[in-house]
Design a protein. Structure first.
Length: 369
């Protein structure tokens, strides 16, 4: 351990195996006398945050010390994968520090969305997951919508405290940090990074002009998100980059729909009704009879029913079945983490099955829209 080369910036042990893990350096610089990890290099030289990832256990260890600090915790979540990207255990770790919930990617929703209703929905869902939030801000990092309000809220809630930024992977955390850096620091001065006190964990301190810091924590990997288990090359097909185009299907029971080769929806029982799919536009939906669904999958998986490709199927967990009972007279979403959701519209309720790779979070929730 003592001889492991460490980053001169943040102190993390250096490694050349994985670019997405903390401490990455290209093999060629690992023997150098003063080596810094790629993440510190980017911050120092380009004033730019980049993402590294850790699993849940490592992340919670890192969070353990937040409670004893006086800080603002900014939790950024992905609206497209709300229940998949929310850190539900956060409350136990932040102590009395306020949590500002930044909900990113609102550009994906239709422009006619009722934003007040959405904010209430977010607040209620966060509460149901056990998270008490000081405030909710809706934004789109990519389209630069609502970002002024994010910065305003951070300024108002932080006072003169440090700011911890936490989030799952792919929620837009780097984009947010880069914006905070450019709004809060004197960019003519080289940014320095320092080791997180008392640990070897990879949380990078970015000093602000008032002597306080933005603390960029690694993105947390949740294996229950479809976006974490698909092959890298299929990720772009899953993550929508344009406003979602809802697809509505009028279905009789005993009909099935495949979402690419990633999941299958069966309308098992109920009166004829419509279901509205909110998915990335690049995914194909195939409709068939329930009694034919198994055979169709066996014959067409990896080809007509893709992604994933036939070769990649082997590296994905097998499907498990989730039976869901949709209550009458309530608009619900059938949520499939990282893939999207299916809005129900029936007055009489329904019984449906969702087949999805083992471990993927599938749940019924109050309708988002
Ligand atoms: P990080 O892993 O949390 O640091 O997230 P990144 O900033 O690298 O973004 C992850 C992915 O989400 C990238 O494909 C981004 O283009 C995309 N993304 C980030 N912000 C937005 C947004 O506001 N809207 C949409 N549609 N995509 C976004």
């Amino acid at each position: 351990e003592a001889n492991v080369p460490r980053c001169a910036g943040c102190g993390i042990p250096l490694q050349s195996e994985s670019q997405t893990r903390p401490g990455y350096v290209p093999e060629s610089s690992i023997g150098k006398e003063v080596a810094v990890c790629q993440r510190c290099f980017r911050i120092k030289n380009y004033n730019e945050a980049s993402s590294v990832t850790v699993d849940q256990d490592e992340f919670l260890k890192l969070l353990g010390s937040v409670a004893s600090t006086d800080s603002l915790v900014v939790h950024i979540v992905d609206l497209f994968d709300f229940q998949g990207s929310l850190i539900s255990g956060l409350q136990r770790f932040v102590g009395n520090n306020p949590v500002l919930l930044v909900v990113n990617k609102i550009d994906l929703l239709p422009p006619v969305t009722n934003w007040n209703r959405l904010r209430n929905w977010v607040q209620k869902q966060a509460r149901e997951e056990g998270l008490k939030v000081a405030d909710v801000v809706l934004c789109s990092a990519r389209r630069n919508i609502g970002f002024d309000r994010v910065v305003e809220a951070v300024t108002a809630y932080r006072g003169d405290r440090d700011v911890y930024v936490v989030g799952a992977t792919n929620v837009g955390k780097s984009t947010l940090i880069n914006r905070l850096i450019s709004d809060y620091s004197d960019l003519k001065r080289e940014l320095t990074v320092s080791r997180y006190p008392g640990t070897t964990l990879d949380a990078v301190h970015i000093p602000l002009d008032d002597g306080k810091n933005i603390i960029d924590t690694p993105g947390i990997v949740y294996e229950w998100r479809m976006s974490e288990i698909v092959p890298r090359k299929d990720l772009a097909a899953l993550l929508p980059d344009k406003p979602l185009k809802p697809l509505t299907y009028q279905l009789n029971d005993k009909q099935s729909l495949f979402i690419g080769g990633l999941a299958r929806f069966d309308f098992v029982e109920g009166e004829r009704q419509s279901f509205t799919f909110y998915l990335a536009g690049s995914l194909n939906v195939h409709r068939t009879k329930l009694e034919r669904a198994d055979e169709l999958y066996a014959d067409h998986k990896g080809a007509m029913l893709s992604p994933p490709s036939l070769e990649d199927l082997a590296s994905m967990p097998p499907w498990t079945r989730h039976r869901l009972r949709i209550p009458p007279n309530a608009q619900s979403d059938i949520f499939i983490s990282g893939l999207g959701w299916i809005q129900t519209n029936g007055k009489q309720g329904a019984t449906v099955d969702v087949h999805a790779p083992r471990g993927i979070k599938v749940m019924l929730r109050e309708s988002l829209l």
